[in-house]
Design a protein around this ligand. Structure first.
Ligand code: ARG
Length: 606
């Protein structure tokens, strides 16, 4: 909503260029590069009519060093020398409104966009998109490829009464990004937190609570208290086998639906969820549904196992049931325990069946660590053996390990400790600059936001499958590609409006003279802005956040190199100052949009 205050409200009144064909799947009114890429296609197609526009379009690369648009002719397999085909295109080329030049080299074609058209198109399209929604939220970069289909996305999934470890945090951060990304790609989403709220450990806690539990502590912080009880009773159990037995018996009563056994468990679960909700809220994370292993019905599990038995895939081993997936190189695994209580794998199978019945999803994503690759492969395989046609709609989005996570007090096991530590360190840092500190309205909230940004950026910056080492000082630094640096880049863009009140509100888009933006720096920024819809599409193809993070940093670097060149304040040519200010405000909106996609809250001051 920030930009609504600084410029006149606008509506999307962009129409597609009438002098270009509309290539299916492109968005010429919403993604400026699609216009120029279409023009490149027309130029190539004029020289090589047998190459269809759509086919060429997929071969037009952006953001390469050599030119605005690069086309590798060999990829079209036209027969003969690519050089000759490239030369044909150069010979037939006539400059137009969109593309001003082309050159050929070693079978590659290099096209340059006409700066005046490019600048105008990029800024007006982004502008119209930013002000498109009533909420003022940027629409720019989004698309409707999902066509309203439903994606169920399961993530976070901590275990009640156990630690919320950094692996759960990763799932939380990546999962929320995937929800935002699907929404930005025209999908409906249903976000699900699948709590580890069932299993023998609840029998242990029940036994432990009688010995070590306190209702007062439980009300204060259920997550920590239950964890402490769990640690203590686990200790006892390790010395005394009868504690284990008691726990098993208690859990059996829970499984059998004994209300007196379930009563406490229900309270622990409710109080834990309440606490989680608060912590997630600080992370801009929310769930449509809190589900849990406890809620998977017996019926769906029993019938799945019965059908596997009929198919001859089950064998008995000392009373337990084993499913044999050797044929698919997925090993053998227990699917039913000897005492009849269900297990993790079986609950996942039953859970998926129930979810499909209830939601009829078009796709279901599980954001779970790569340590559980085998588990997910097994359970997906079993569903496809059971011939559920929707089994192929299931996707495992996995991620690598985080090493070396600890806080100043020791090994962090709780989400709120991690957030608190990051906030405190940032707060200390902010206090060092007393003048600035005094100008920030809510220093505590601000430092917490920067700290959270630092954690998230560290987590999302590399390909998700990579492992990384948790490093407080690196991630909290203002130097390098860190969260604090990104927030700083956004804050600096915000400050430009505050520093130039005389130029605001800007005139309407058509009255801003974009031909005043002649510097290569301006063009570089515009190129990044123009590429954002592609960044979103690529992220969706790979379900990968790192490209969005890279985009944020590249854009921020380009902007930081522009401050000395694209001066706004004290620029005597008012038209020039307006055009530059428009560029910066647009850049701010795009950067802010990309940050929000990553679930960050872009700051206005810090
Ligand atoms: N609660 C599990 C754990 O902490 C993760 C659950 C992942 N989701 C699933 N459907 N299995 O390991």
């Amino acid at each position: 909503a920030s930009s609504t205050a600084t410029s006149a409200p606008r509506t999307n009144s962009i129409s597609p260029p009438s002098d270009l064909p509309l290539i299916p799947g492109t968005q010429p009114t919403r993604a400026p590069l699609d216009i120029f890429r279409t023009s490149v296609c027309v130029h190539i197609n004029r020289a090589i009519p047998q190459l269809a526009l759509e086919k060429i379009f997929d071969g037009v690369d952006i953001l390469k060093k050599e030119a605005d648009f690069t086309v590798a002719m060999p990829r079209f397999r036209l027969g003969g020398k690519p050089d000759i085909w490239a030369q044909k295109v150069v010979d037939a080329f006539v400059p137009d409104n969109y593309i001003e030049s082309v050159r050929a080299s070693s079978g590659f074609l290099y096209f340059q966009a006409r700066t005046s058209t490019f600048t105008r198109k990029v800024l007006s399209i982004v502008d119209s998109e930013i002000h498109h929604t009533a909420s003022g939220n940027p629409e720019y970069g989004t698309n409707n490829n999902g066509g309203g289909k439903l994606a169920l996305i399961e993530y976070s999934a901590p275990n009640i009464a156990k630690e919320f470890h950094i692996g759960h945090l990763r799932s939380t951060i990546i999962g929320q990004f995937l929800v935002n990304l699907h929404q930005a790609s025209g999908w409906k989403t249903l976000s699900v937190n699948y709590l580890g709220d069932w299993g023998k450990q609840f029998g242990l806690i029940a036994v432990g609570f009688e010995k070590y539990g306190s209702d007062e502590e439980l009300q204060k912080d259920a997550i920590k208290h239950l964890y402490n009880v769990y640690v203590k009773i686990n200790n006892d159990a390790n010395q005394d086998e009868s504690v284990h037995e008691e726990a098993r018996a208690y859990f059996k009563r829970m499984e059998d639906g004994d209300e007196s056994a379930l009563k406490h468990w229900r309270l622990w679960r409710d109080l834990s969820i309440e606490k989680y909700r608060q912590e997630y809220a600080r992370l801009n994370v929310s769930f449509d549904v809190y589900h849990g292993e406890s809620q998977v019905g017996h019926e769906s599990q029993d019938s799945a196992v019965a059908r596997l038995e009929k198919m001859g895939l089950i064998s008995d081993s000392e009373g337990a049931k084993i499913v044999d997936l050797e044929e698919w190189k997925l090993g053998k695994t227990v699917i039913w325990k000897k005492d009849g209580t269900s297990i993790y794998l079986t609950r996942d199978i039953g859970g998926a069946i129930e979810r499909y019945e209830k939601y009829k999803f078009d796709k279901m994503i599980y954001v779970v660590s790569s340590q559980q690759d085998l588990h997910l492969q097994q359970f997906f395989k079993i569903l496809s053996l059971l011939e559920y046609p929707w089994a192929e709609r299931l996707q495992h989005v996995n991620y690598g390990l985080v090493q070396g996570m600890s806080t100043r007090k020791g090994t962090a096991v709780f989400l709120d400790d991690i957030i608190r530590e990051a906030s405190e360190i940032m707060h200390e840092q902010m206090k060092k600059n007393a003048a600035k500190y005094a100008s920030v309205e809510d220093p505590e909230g601000t430092s917490r936001e920067i700290g959270i940004t630092a954690i998230k950026i560290q987590d999302l910056a590399a390909k998700r499958i990579n492992n990384y080492t948790f490093n407080w000082s690196r991630m909290l630094s203002f130097e390098g590609d860190t969260g604090p640096y990104l927030q700083y880049a956004h804050v600096r863009l915000s400050s430009i409006a505050r520093k130039n009140p005389d130029l605001l509100p800007l005139p309407e888009a058509s009255k801003i003279n974009t031909d005043k933006l002649t510097e290569p720096k301006a063009r570089e920024i515009l190129m990044f802005l123009a590429s954002y819809p592609d960044v979103v599409r690529t992220a969706m193809d790979k379900l990968e956040p790192s490209g969005v993070v890279t985009f944020c940093f590249k854009l921020s670097h380009a902007i930081s190199g522009a401050w000395e060149i694209l001066i706004v304040k004290n620029e005597e040519d008012v038209e020039k100052a307006q055009a530059r200010l428009w560029l910066f405000l647009t850049a701010k909106d795009v950067l802010g949009g990309a940050m929000r996609l990553l679930s960050l809250t872009p700051l206005e001051r810090m």
